[in-house]
Design a protein around this ligand. Structure first.
Ligand code: HSE
Length: 433
């Protein structure tokens, strides 16, 4: 197609929900975007798997490329937008080809950035190009802009977020409808919230960890080795844990947490008990939220839609508007060549309070055996719950500890699990202040 003189010409790889959303948003808001960007932003080329699919808009008149990497060499493309996904393969090839061709690169690909973001940034900055990725983390929430620009004067001490809408939807529905994980997961798959047949990227915490690695790299100015993150998903959360959480004044959320500790940076994704009084506790359903702590700004809380056509397209187009305006911000908020390797604190060094649930035989002396082991490991209890009485049968017991260390809790639970009266593996959920 022939765009108007002096416009920013875009090539989009991937015309799924997000790619299609970008095409539609650019058309629907063309005048507003041209006014704000200082020039029209026009799609001139696309690449997708199926040319004939009905996407609700026409690809007639656009340069069509079967191979996404060819977008980088298209002379009618100034900026390449990658919405294919995947840490390697065509997405990475396209990023490298775009930079080699002297074109800025916009992506929603968290896996690509979490795995290769530092190397790509070095190549882009050497060539004076932009890599922009607002859509990669928390969809419509402009958290990259907030960290990279709005809070640029702050030392960030902590980032904590609900970064995966699928997990938040599953946990919320389990609580509201009293259903178990497998049942709600199957329903989420039918609704298209969770992948079929393998929902692992979401429910095993990987997607949240990709986003956390990006936020931590930005917040702390470090290069992160993704393999070093501590990652747990939500498969083991039971409806029993959810109702005990409710009773004790908590909500169970899958959190991604990046925080400075005395010994380095703690980076972890795991289910957590969040006190009902905290803002993250009331973020339900498919919503995402991020809480940031800056030393001068104080706490900042952002909440919004973390996925979906409109919110994610909004983030992609905001990046395109910045590029059209000529704004160039270092990919990681500082020159990529100055990023130091992250020193991560091991999970065993984590300190905090813990929720422990045991299934035990209801008989005299069980609690005495359990608390003796906790005493041996210097673990003090804040509260204990048991409901009902079923002599000789299985009953749940919940223990809430005071602040202690992960290493001690882990060692104590290994011993507790071997008691004959303890009938299944203990459930352990960290309590986050
Ligand atoms: N699958 C993600 C979620 C959205 O459920 O939040 C894209 O990262």
């Amino acid at each position: 197609m022939t765009p108007p003189a002096s416009s920013l010409r875009i090539g989009i790889a991937g015309l799924g929900t997000v790619g299609g959303g970008v095409v539609k948003l650019l058309a629907a808001q063309a005048a507003l975007i041209a006014a704000r960007a200082g020039q029209p932003i026009v799609v001139t080329a696309v690449s997708a798997r199926d040319r004939t699919r009905d996407r609700g808009f026409s690809v007639e008149g656009l340069n069509w490329h079967d191979n996404p990497v060819a977008l980088a060499a298209d002379p009618n493309v100034d900026v390449v937008v990658e919405l294919i996904g995947g840490a390697d393969g065509p997405a990475k090839d396209l990023a490298e080809a775009a930079i080699a061709a002297g074109k800025s690169f916009v992506t929603g690909n968290k896996a690509l950035l979490a795995m290769h973001g530092a190397a790509l940034a070095i190549a882009a900055e050497k060539a004076g190009l932009v890599i922009a990725y607002e859509a990669a983390v928390a969809g419509g929430i402009p958290v990259i802009k907030v960290l990279r620009e709005g809070l640029a004067a702050n030392q960030i001490s902590r980032v904590a977020g609900i970064l995966n809408g699928t997990c938040n939807y599953i946990l919320t529905t389990m609580r509201e409808e009293g259903r178990d994980f497998a049942d709600v997961l199957a329903a989420a798959q039918e609704l298209g919230y969770a992948e079929k047949p393998d929902p692992g990227l979401d429910v095993d915490g990987i997607d949240a960890a990709h986003k956390l690695a990006i936020l931590a790299g930005l917040a702390f100015g470090v290069k992160i080795d993704f393999a070093d993150l501590h990652i747990e998903g939500i498969r083991r959360i039971s409806d029993l844990d959810i109702s005990f959480a409710q009773e004790l004044g908590y909500r169970i959320k899958l959190l991604g947490i990046a925080e400075r500790t005395g010994a380095g940076i703690s980076l972890r994704v795991h289910p957590a008990m969040v006190p009902l009084s905290r803002p993250l506790a009331s973020v339900d359903g498919v919503f995402n939220a991020v809480q940031l702590e800056g030393d001068f700004s104080g706490p900042v809380f952002l909440r919004g839609r973390g996925a979906g056509e409109g919110p994610t397209a909004s983030a992609v187009v905001a990046d395109l508007i910045d590029i059209a305006r000529g704004i160039k911000i270092p990919v990681w908020g500082q020159a990529a060549s100055t990023l130091a390797p992250a020193v991560l604190t091991p999970m065993a060094a984590h300190e905090g309070a813990y929720f422990i649930r045991l299934m035990v035989t209801d008989q005299p002396g069980v609690l005495a055996d359990v608390t003796a082991i906790l005493r041996d490991h210097g673990i003090s209890l804040e509260s204990m719950l048991q409901h009902g009485r079923k002599p000789g049968e299985a009953v749940p017991i919940v223990l809430v500890t005071h602040e202690t260390s992960e290493a001690e809790v882990g060692a104590a639970l290994l011993r507790i699990a071997t008691l004959p009266s303890v009938l299944e593996a203990p459930a352990l959920i960290r309590i986050e202040p």
